[in-house]
Design a protein around this ligand. Structure first.
Ligand SMILES: Nc1ncnc2c1ncn2[C@@H]1O[C@H](COP(=O)(O)OP(=O)(O)OP(=O)(O)O)[C@@H](O)[C@H]1O
Ligand SMILES: [Mg+2]
Length: 254
């Protein structure tokens, strides 16, 4: 589905990504792990067109999408969530999820101003799809709540619902359980397993190793911008380079 070849990104001469290559297989969950500052979010930002890589290629369904603008990449069906929440606080939960369908609407602003019956029909359809997505994450009862008053865990879920509502070809999740308690983490873990059963192709950045072990088919590990390991969760868990990358960080912060 997606191949990265020699991806590189520098900030002020320092490499945040250095010749990173790996493949995301269709219908599989890939976890991207690594210590803080390893380049994980930078990689997601390069995949979504928020950042332009300095080197390398990103092949998605047969096209090199490097340097494509973010809106064109979103139109291809690559959707994401953010490490730091990006909801519209005053909009309702439902409207926040509807924003994930803006690209899917076939109506122009001009047609929307005319309020044609076809528009009202389409609005109803989009709303139904948004409600379905909310249902997947147990948010149906809160559809009309302003996003601002939700608990943190539910806000993370609204982001997930908004990312999947357009039925994206590829879903990129940047730390979906960061800041959640154990019970909320288990719930999101189950929701991600549901998405996997539904056949979604997912790249998930995550520090929670229990979640990685439970939901991932393959794991890729970044350290200081370089890919240091890739394989099944079990293989990566026992890889000495990976242990060193994490232990080194723990010693440095001790
Ligand atoms: N916009 C930017 N300008 C300058 N440096 C940046 C920028 N974004 C990231 N960096 C640097 O690039 C490196 C990789 O950062 P990145 O946010 O990708 O790491 P990460 O693996 O997502 O870390 P974390 O686990 O803390 O989220 C870090 O050294 C960071 O300081
Ligand atoms: Mg990050």
């Amino acid at each position: 589905m997606l191949q990265l070849e020699g991806l590189g990104k520098n900030f002020g001469g320092l490499p945040a990504l250095d010749k990173v290559s790996f493949t995301l297989p269709q219908g599989r969950v890939t976890a991207l792990i690594g210590p803080n500052g390893a380049g994980k979010s930078t990689l997601i930002n390069c995949l979504t067109g928020i950042l332009t890589p300095d080197q390398g290629s990103i092949n998605f369904q047969g096209q090199n999408i490097v340097a494509w603008p973010a809106h064109a990449i979103a139109k291809l069906g690559i959707q994401r969530t953010f490490q730091n929440l990006r909801l519209f606080p005053r909009l309702s939960v439902l409207d926040n999820v509807l924003t994930g369908l803006i690209c899917a609407s076939r109506q122009s602003i001009f047609m929307a101003m005319l309020r044609l019956p076809s528009l009202r029909h389409e609005e109803r359809n989009l709303k139904l799809r948004a409600l379905e997505a909310l249902d997947l994450f147990g948010l149906t009862d809160k559809a009309q709540w302003p996003a601002a008053i939700l608990a943190y865990g539910d806000k993370k879920r609204v982001e997930l619902a908004r990312a999947i509502v357009s039925k994206p070809a590829l879903l990129l999740l940047d730390e979906p359980v960061a800041g959640l308690n154990a019970q909320e983490t288990r719930a999101v873990s189950e929701e991600l397993q549901n998405l996997r059963r539904m056949g979604h192709t997912i790249l998930v950045v995550e520090h929670d190793m229990d979640l990685v072990m439970t939901v991932a088919d393959q794991v890729v590990v970044l350290d200081s911008g370089s890919l240091i390991a890739a394989g099944t969760p079990e293989q990566v868990q026992h890889n000495p380079l990976v242990l060193e990358a994490y232990l080194g960080r723990m010693e440095a912060t001790a």
